[in-house]
Design a protein around this ligand. Structure first.
Ligand code: 13P
Ligand code: SF4
Length: 319
């Protein structure tokens, strides 16, 4: 629509005027992803977003995603201004792992190495030895296990049990889940697979174990897009937020992509697998953030320095 075009033009001009770059997650609206692409920003998974923001020489980062992504950007780039379209965009994993309760849990298990998923608050990261994203989690846990370390893992129990099965590591788990991925049902994926027996199944490992079991490839958002390109299949059943289809379809225009059903009856669902917090990012609030400096992410220096250590471990990790 004409209104969107005007907004896009305004945002492009504001990005230049503020020496700002747009860092967007694959689950944000197509219009935001397109804008990030057209303006030299990035559309990426959470690990690549962190790297891109930290390495970019812009003085303002506009992070379109959820709160932990903005916080991570600020922790890694304290001298940059980090803006988000809205600070209300959180994540069920972050909500489900309050820092006080988590810290008490860690205190009860001092012998364990604390590894937290990036989808957590700065305060939870500050209590951790390691931060990982889904694209690097298996390698990091393998590395720790080889050193004989026992793990305390938080907060995603599904990702945790996926890693546990892959590595055989001793992992004590926090009981958290992603409300979006938890809705995928194995029965629905199996029914869809019966309709398209030659389709490959791509699954984000925040999904329940029974769904991950059906996967030809399980991985982070970027890894799933790569898999879509490398697998020979012309049809792909994809169990992750539907935001991913924008870039995935660009990457494989010739392939047919199917949303994994979130209902157990095999009915395909056109709109259920979409993160309500990612959906809060829009052209309007993105423009306001740049225009008014609203949605600025701030992290106290003491907290930042504590959370930086496990984050830097992740960024410096080489498998
Ligand atoms: P990725 O690291 O795969 O981008 O995942 C982040 C996320 O929030 C998935 O729900
Ligand atoms: Fe959190 Fe799930 Fe949304 Fe990702 S999709 S931000 S894990 S609630």
């Amino acid at each position: 629509p004409a209104q969107d075009q005007a907004r896009v033009a305004e945002i492009k001009q504001l990005l230049k005027a503020h020496n700002a770059v747009l860092v967007a997650h694959y689950y944000t609206d197509d219009a935001i992803q397109q804008l990030a692409e057209e303006t030299g920003g990035c559309v990426a998974d959470s690990l690549e977003m962190a790297r891109f923001g930290a390495n970019h020489d812009a003085t303002t980062l506009v992070v379109a995603g959820v709160r932990f992504m903005g916080e991570t950007a600020k922790i890694l780039s304290p001298d940059k201004r980090v803006l988000m379209p809205t600070l209300e965009a959180t994540c069920s994993l972050d909500i489900g792992c309050p820092a006080d309760a988590f810290s008490a849990f860690c205190d009860q298990h001092p012998e364990r190495t604390v590894v937290v998923y990036a989808n957590t608050s700065a305060a939870v990261k500050a209590r951790a030895d390691w931060v990982v994203t889904s694209s690097i989690a298996v390698e990091v846990i393998e590395h720790l296990q080889a050193k004989g370390e026992k793990i305390l893992w938080a907060p995603d129990k599904h990702l945790g049990s996926y890693i546990q099965k892959k590595t055989g590591a001793d992992m004590l788990m926090w009981d958290g889940a992603c409300i979006v991925h938890e809705e995928f049902k194995a029965k629905g994926v199996e029914d869809l697979k019966r309709l398209h027996p030659d389709a490959a199944v791509l699954v984000h490992p925040e999904s329940p174990e029974a769904v991950v079991k059906l996967a030809d490839v399980a991985g982070s958002t970027s890894q799933l897009i790569k898999a879509a390109q490398t697998l020979p299949n012309d049809k792909l059943i994809v169990a992750t937020d539907r935001g991913i289809f924008f870039k995935m379809q660009q990457a494989v225009p010739e392939k047919a992509l199917f949303e994994a059903p979130t209902a157990g009856n095999g009915a395909t669902c056109r709109s259920c697998a979409h993160c309500p917090w990612m959906a809060m990012n829009a052209l309007d609030n993105l423009a306001s953030a740049l225009r008014n400096g609203s949605g600025e992410v701030l992290v106290s220096n003491a907290l930042r320095l504590q959370a930086l250590k496990p984050l830097e471990r992740m960024l410096n990790f080489k498998a």
